[in-house]
Design a binder for this molecule. Structure first.
Ligand SMILES: N[C@@H](CCC(=O)N[C@@H](CS)C(=O)NCC(=O)O)C(=O)O
Length: 249
């Protein structure tokens, strides 16, 4: 018999003012109805604020040091890398396939989503994460142009093909799993950042859009999206809307 998860509530450490990669983790916690504390969103005098995240930057954590947030703490252990956190939580909470090969496929899909996220990030920060957008705006325009013309259509076509081959409703297996939740967030983010480009491509990714709509309507996701726990998209996150970058190729 499967034992129930230990060391709850989970503690999530992520920058307090943006969805960022933390959002992929939050969506799993919310769909699983797993208790968690979004630590950095607590007041500073309760251990919150960005210092709670910065505390991981000196490698002084228990267990394996982390390279970058998001970080999930369970008991006195910490885990980093978004895809790894998502997999860990999903496998604990019934949001991953049972079959061994399908579990590996779910992770592959999650890593593919992470690849897209990294390229989205690079549309507004093509030169360095340490420079402001305004200091790399010209390069960003060029990068975003290539992304929207070549990469985005390819990525959407890929997930469309995955869904088509798997019977339309889920990316892997025949039940909801964590890459489905992450694909939803990817699509939401892309629609926020690049409304023109996404509108132009909508006829080419109908299965992807249908999956995103179905995830959004799930009761726990719907409740989360309407709650104060959900931060809005903004110009600090990974998905940013700069009209000058959203040019239909
Ligand atoms: N591959 C990592 C990337 C983590 C990452 O880039 N985190 C960003 C926020 S989304 C960050 O704050 N990085 C700070 C740093 O790299 O020093 C993951 O998927 O978790």
């Amino acid at each position: 018999m499967a034992s129930s998860p230990q060391n709850l509530p989970y503690k999530l450490y992520y920058w307090p003012f943006l969805q960022g990669r933390g959002e992929f983790v939050r969506l799993i916690l919310e769909e699983a109805n797993a208790p968690y504390i979004d630590v950095a969103r607590l007041p500073a005098d309760e251990g919150g604020g960005k210092d709670a995240v910065m505390a991981f930057y000196n490698w002084q954590t228990q267990g394996t040091p982390v390279l970058a947030p998001p970080v999930l703490q369970t008991g006195d252990q910490v885990l980093s890398q978004t895809a790894s956190i998502c997999r860990f939580l999903a496998e604990r909470h019934g949001l991953a396939p049972d079959d061994e090969l399908e579990r590996a496929t779910a992770l592959s899909l999650q890593l593919s989503i992470a690849d897209v996220v990294a390229e989205v990030h690079d549309t507004h920060h093509p030169l360095s994460v340490r420079l402001f957008y305004e200091d790399q705006k010209e390069a960003a325009k060029e990068r975003a142009g290539h992304f929207l013309k070549q990469r985005l259509p390819r990525f959407l076509a890929y997930f469309e093909a995955v869904l088509e081959r798997n019977g339309d409703h889920h990316l892997v297996g025949q039940a909801l799993s964590y890459p489905d939740l992450s694909l939803f967030h990817l699509i939401e983010g892309l629609q926020y950042a690049f409304p023109n480009a996404m509108s132009d491509l909508r006829g080419q990714c109908t299965r992807v859009l249908a999956l995103a709509t179905a995830i959004k309507a799930r009761p726990r996701i719907d409740a989360y999206l309407r709650s104060p726990r959900r931060l809005p998209f903004n110009l600090d996150g990974i998905f940013r809307h700069y009209p000058e970058l959203d040019l239909v190729p």
